[in-house]
Ligand binder design. Structure first.
Ligand code: FAD
Ligand code: N01
Length: 534
């Protein structure tokens, strides 16, 4: 690691300047810790910096997809839409950094390549791709759950002569699809959003679908002054109520089995939830993701929506999803299915071979060549572990994180991993993270870590590490809770199934935010039970 120059020394290094890294920095500063945020991108914002594709927006009601730590900000910031677009969210994040003067401690265009724990000094030595070195007592990974783009290994990818895009690494300049032959591979949340927009401009849009998605209507709208005034007046109560829900959203929560009511009543409730808009459709009964028969009711409800929308019988049939609803993440759309009624849109159902080959002029699928000017890969991410896996992380006794997680990630509470003292992961695998509204979840983790660092300092301790036994129990508990759901029944990125060779382990914790928060609080109340403090 030593290039002859002494590493720059801090109490904490934070890797990543998305919503998590930014708030972590704010908290560390407030506690008087010296900190530096290292960010690979040319700007802050993480997800909202990278995903600039047309149509990119959040799918949680804006007022809940915002920081809660700054009361005055809640009062001053005016969101424009129910689900704000990427540029607006990025503006918001930059505004937060300006407002709290965070910039001096953020270093952009700096990709962390190596992190090695020096046991004798109880410090992390961090090396960047550019060869710069840092030393810190604590290393906090805010590297994101959905930040490592998945570029599938399709033969000929490098041969394409047109414009090639991945939704998660979208260029900064405006991309105009007007009149062009555009192909989109992938129909997950990103694909859905980009398809709806690209169809409006493209000369012809060809959508290459491997698995049909369940897409719920967003009913996005411009917010009125009345909406904003209501939120501002009641933001405390509204946020507190959201915290008590399973995923930290405002939902139509109903603690009743879908099978305890008639099919007709169930449909009425689903219709109510559909009309309310948003991805919380599945909370209208309590067993949609745990009971197959209940789930089928919700599946059929959405399939009927598709049947009622899509005119061409062949296209309609291809768009009908057949897997368990909620197994893959529900997508949110605006007239997504209706987009396939346009004359300039064709849907290609990929066979088992998927996209066979990319050529100079397009791609080959189902033994046919499709000529394209632009190819958009909406093929998702190496989720939850991808960004961490790209860094050479070496903990105690020379063990690497890759070795420790070879059979799937192992953490205690998604916060720390045994063998890696003083290394924290914000929304790490084993925490509710991607199964929740991520902003309150990020704030919860950051607050927990900040509180922990402050307690360590008060006790005069220098090292905290997850105990193996506590970690094993937590991993077993996470697997047990997940096994009670229908989440294992499809090839989702939650399971790592979208990445060839990745171990199939359900990575986020599915016990819900309220239970998870309680556990984290109890651990602290019991003197950091399950952690070894030295
Ligand atoms: P990120 O925003 O992913 O930031 C991580 C940062 O770490 C990135 O900037 C990355 O460049 C940096 N980084 C990674 N590795 C390194 C390294 N080695 N060195 C230096 N820097 C590194 N969640 C919701 O709850 N609601 C939504 O509506 C929603 N919409 C989404 C829409 C899209 C298109 C996507 C992709 C995700 C969405 N999410 C949503 C999830 C979203 O990722 C989180 O809500 C949140 O933005 C994550 O913030 P973060 O700071 O944890 O991670
Ligand atoms: O990625 P995905 P995403 N050949 O993995 C297909 C968040 N998000 O970027 O299902 C052909 O969901 C793949 O097919 P299959 C949200 O959490 C939120 O869309 O594996 N196709 C699938 O259709 C989301 O869940 C928003 O059979 C290939 C698609 O590509 C997460 O980010 C917006 C393929 C990938 O879908 C990831 O979403 C965007 C191949 N080789 C993202 N490889 C909001 O609206 C993959 N596919 C808030």
């Amino acid at each position: 690691m030593n290039s002859g120059k002494l590493p720059r020394s801090f109490d904490c290094i934070v890797v990543g300047a998305g919503l998590a890294g930014i708030y972590m920095l704010y908290r560390l500063r407030g506690l008087g810790f010296s900190a530096r945020v290292l960010e690979a991108a040319g700007g802050i914002g993480g997800t909202w910096y990278w995903n600039r594709y047309p149509g990119a927006r959040c799918d949680v009601d804006n007022m809940f997809y915002s920081y809660s730590f700054d009361e005055a900000l809640d009062q001053e910031w005016d969101w424009s839409e129910r689900y704000p677009s990427q540029p607006e969210i990025l503006r918001y994040i930059n505004h937060v950094a300006d407002r709290h003067d965070l910039w001096p401690d953020i270093q952009l265009e700096t990709r962390v390549a190596v992190a090695v724990y020096d046991e004798a000094e109880a410090r992390w030595l961090v090396k960047t791709e550019e060869g710069e070195q840092f030393s810190a007592r604590f290393l906090i990974m805010a590297t994101g759950c959905l930040s490592a783009a998945n570029l599938p290994e399709i033969p000929g990818l490098g041969d394409f002569k047109g414009r090639l895009f991945h939704t998660g690494e979208w260029p900064h300049e405006e991309i105009d699809f007007t009149g062009r032959r555009v192909g989109v591979v992938g129909t997950g949340s990103s694909g859905v959003q980009v398809i709806q927009e690209a169809a409006k401009a493209a000369g012809h849009l060809t959508v290459f679908q491997r698995t049909a998605s369940y897409v719920v209507e967003a009913f996005n709208r411009t917010l009125t002054d009345e909406d904003r005034t209501y939120f501002k007046a009641n933001h405390h109560e509204l946020r507190e109520a959201a915290k008590k829900t399973f995923g930290g959203f405002t939902t139509i929560a109903n603690d009743q089995s879908a099978l305890a009511v008639t099919e007709e009543h169930c449909r009425e409730k689903l219709e109510e939830a559909w009309q309310a808009g948003g991805i919380t459709l599945l909370t209208s009964f309590n067993d949609f993701v745990s009971n197959e028969e209940a789930n089928q009711r919700a599946q059929e409800f959405v399939r009927d929506k598709i049947r009622a929308t899509v005119r061409d019988p062949e296209t309609r049939e291809k768009l009908l999803p057949r897997h368990v609803i909620g197994c893959k993440r529900l997508c949110l759309g605006t007239n997504y299915y209706g987009t396939f009624n346009r004359d300039n849109v064709t849907l290609v159902q990929l066979g088992e071979k998927g996209v066979e080959k990319i050529t100079a002029d397009g791609l080959i699928a189902n033994n046919s060549e499709f000529k394209l000017d632009d190819l958009v890969l909406a093929t998702g991410f190496d989720a939850m572990t991808g960004a961490l896996g790209k860094i050479d992380i070496e903990g105690r006794d020379g063990q690497t994180l890759r070795e420790a997680w070879a059979a799937g990630p192992r953490t205690y509470l998604g916060l720390m991993s045994h063998g890696f003292p003083n290394l924290f992961t914000i929304t790490g695998p084993g925490s509710p993270s991607v199964l929740s509204n991520m902003l309150p979840t990020i704030e919860h983790h950051v607050d927990w870590i900040a509180g922990c660092l402050s307690d360590i300092r008060k006790r005069g301790a220098a090292i905290i590490e997850a105990e193996m036994e506590a970690q094993d129990k937590w991993v077993a508990h996470g697997n047990e809770v997940a096994s009670r759901t229908l989440r294992y029944t499809c090839s989702s990125w939650y399971l790592g199934a979208n990445i060839p060779g990745k171990p199939r382990v359900f990575m986020p914790y599915i016990g819900g935010m309220p239970a998870y928060r309680k556990t984290c609080e109890a651990v602290v109340a019991k003197g950091y039970e399950g952690f070894d403090l030295k």
